[in-house]
Design a protein around this ligand. Structure first.
Ligand SMILES: Nc1ncnc2c1ncn2[C@@H]1O[C@H](COP(=O)(O)OP(=O)(O)OP(=O)(O)O)[C@@H](O)[C@H]1O
Ligand SMILES: [Mg+2]
Length: 234
């Protein structure tokens, strides 16, 4: 359409007064420029929506209720994409950086959607803990020590896949660290946490996958969750 308008301008360089008026009224140059940007943003927006829908499908894997050989890294990536809005910067704190150190992993025999739920529950807790820490700081202090979530993966000599997820949030007091896997244990405000996230993660890893989940935490430094899943028969 813009090409056609350009062509008209070239072929009829001297339009009549009515057209000149209308060109000024709608500010044709600005509109042409703006239209290009608008279409560009729409393309970026729809591409982003497409990615999110794809990740939601990938994340939930509703079509796969059985144990299957799974790419753990794809699960972690789709979890992170779904949580993107919580990682972005806010008025009160800078963006949370995600550092991925992915090793070479084989496909792992597991329930993909359940394992993604584990990653989700752990990463959300990490984000909550970072927000709680930043809450106590001024904006400039928070900027000097921004939130960071590190995810490391690798294979252990015991033929398990290890996923370590660390945050530099508040840390967990020593006297309660043993209780975080208990159902309904929460330190969060009423209505914010149900206290089920870690208990669900524990039963998915230990009971459903015969794996291990361990929590190491230091007050003021942060928390690391270590998850091990047997690689299985793949
Ligand atoms: N990364 C972490 N840093 C600090 N505290 C944590 C972390 N992970 C868990 N906790 C502590 O363990 C408690 C239990 O976590 P859990 O995920 O089971 O419940 P919740 O986050 O409170 O609620 P929800 O059911 O919404 O997940 C939390 O309330 C918090 O005190
Ligand atoms: Mg939680």
């Amino acid at each position: 359409m813009l090409d056609l308008v350009n062509l008209y301008e070239q072929e009829y360089p001297e339009p009549n007064a009515k057209i000149v008026d209308r060109i000024q009224e709608i500010d044709l140059d600005f509109m042409a420029e703006d239209l290009r940007k608008l279409v560009g943003s729409m393309q970026v927006g729809t591409e982003r929506i497409r990615q999110i829908v794809l990740s939601l499908r990938n994340f939930s894997r509703l079509d796969e209720s059985a144990m299957k050989p799974v790419d753990i890294h794809a699960g972690i990536d789709s979890t992170l994409l779904i949580l993107q809005h919580r990682l972005k910067s806010h008025d009160s704190r800078p963006a949370i950086e995600v550092i991925k150190e992915f090793g070479k992993l084989p496909l792992v025999e597991c329930y993909a959607s359940q394992l993604n739920q584990v990653f989700m529950n752990i990463i959300v807790n990490g984000i909550d803990a970072i927000e709680e820490r930043c809450h106590k700081l001024s904006v400039s202090e928070a900027e000097k020590n921004p939130g960071r979530i590190a995810i490391w993966t690798g294979v252990t000599p015991q033929n398990t896949v290890m996923v370590e997820i660390s945050d530099n949030g508040t840390g967990i007091p020593e006297e309660i660290v043993d209780r975080i896997f208990n159902p309904f244990f929460t330190t969060k405000a009423v209505g914010k946490g149900t206290g089920l996230g870690m208990s669900i993660a524990h039963s998915i890893v230990v009971e459903k996958h015969k794996g291990k989940i361990e929590c190491i935490s230091q007050m003021g430094r942060g928390t690391t969750f270590k998850i091990q899943i047997p690689i299985g028969k793949t």
